[in-house]
Design a protein around this ligand. Sequence first.
Ligand SMILES: Cc1ncc(COP(=O)(O)O)c(C=O)c1O
Length: 386
Amino acid sequence: MKDVSTKLVNAGKAEAQEFINTINPPLHRASTILFDSYADLLKSNAGEYDGIAYGLCGMAAQNSFEAAMAELEGAHGCKALQSGLAAITMVLMAYTKQGDHVLICDNVYGPTRSFCDKFLSKYGVEADYLPSDAGAEIAGCIRENTTLLFMESPGSNTLEIQDIPAITKVCQEKGVVSVLDNTWATPLYLNPFELGVDVSIQSVTKYISGHSDILLGTVSTNEQSWKAFESCYNIFETYAPQEDCYQALRGLRTLKVRLKAHEQSALEIAKWLEKHEMVESVIHPALANHPQHHLWKRDFKGASGLFSFTIKDEFENMDHGLFVDSLQLFGIGYSWGGYKSLITGGKLQRTNPFGYEGKTIFRLNVGLEDVEDLIADLKQGLDRLR
Ligand SMILES: Cc1ncc(COP(=O)(O)O)c(C=O)c1O
């Protein structure tokens, strides 16, 4: 290679292919993946190539993260997607076709509902909303054309819990694919497949990544549901950014210790709020007065750090900015599961009657700060409101 242009294109390639045994997977940046031979290219053309044929097929960091998630959940397979919502929408598309009917629990993440109402409806898929504390009685809502039932348990704002085993039993009997958004519990505190769920979704953005710096989602399924999901996923040529898969894998390594700390601090704050004279109700599944506490005790191995509370009616019509804006340690912002404490607030609407109609629901993402500092911050904030 005499010409400098050729050198510029090819120099250093052999060295780049050296295997270096790092603890973490290598980060590849690639669209084209080179084949070893023309024969391999022809195999790929025919869909018979076993290796990675293109950048969209997933590289080391993605494959490693997906394999780790599948192992953790005991799933048949797992795919990473660009966000939790991308995971949700892909699932809703994978198991529906024109003329189908889906059942969605009322407390799902808002954009999950919007996708059903504004997008699936355009393709002739009808959605009905089940009460957030649904159980075996959902059998009566299943129609001939019902293909999918979507749960979020606990719901990420109002934290109602569904009777997952009772629902999945009915789904199995009626041939309906059961789906669970398991972001709140993570695979550590609830294993969807042990409770008969077919498809498990995680917004990896939350606890698994844990640092509020990436967006990523996963879909894991049992063996029976894998093919339908995989073929839809492949049609869309969806991919997950390799750097984000790397960060997610890094987050996974410390998930257990972080989650325990979130759990302990959140519970301590929830118990403190319960005793506060301005607080009406604290909505936390691990508290004995939570309406589905018995289900939480039966099905979950722990509680994460996201919960909500409401204030007494006499404070309802005040300027809540006095409280929220005065907080020093709770950032005001969406999403959760990260190390920094956050607060959101607002009124929510449901299709079915629900206990917090017209009430402002403050939601706390309890982070990894010192719990005494967090309590002191909430105390001074509530004092400002008073
Ligand atoms: C329960 C739940 N599922 C899914 C999502 C969507 O995740 P992402 O932000 O990764 O799209 C969210 C986001 O807040 C959520 O709360």
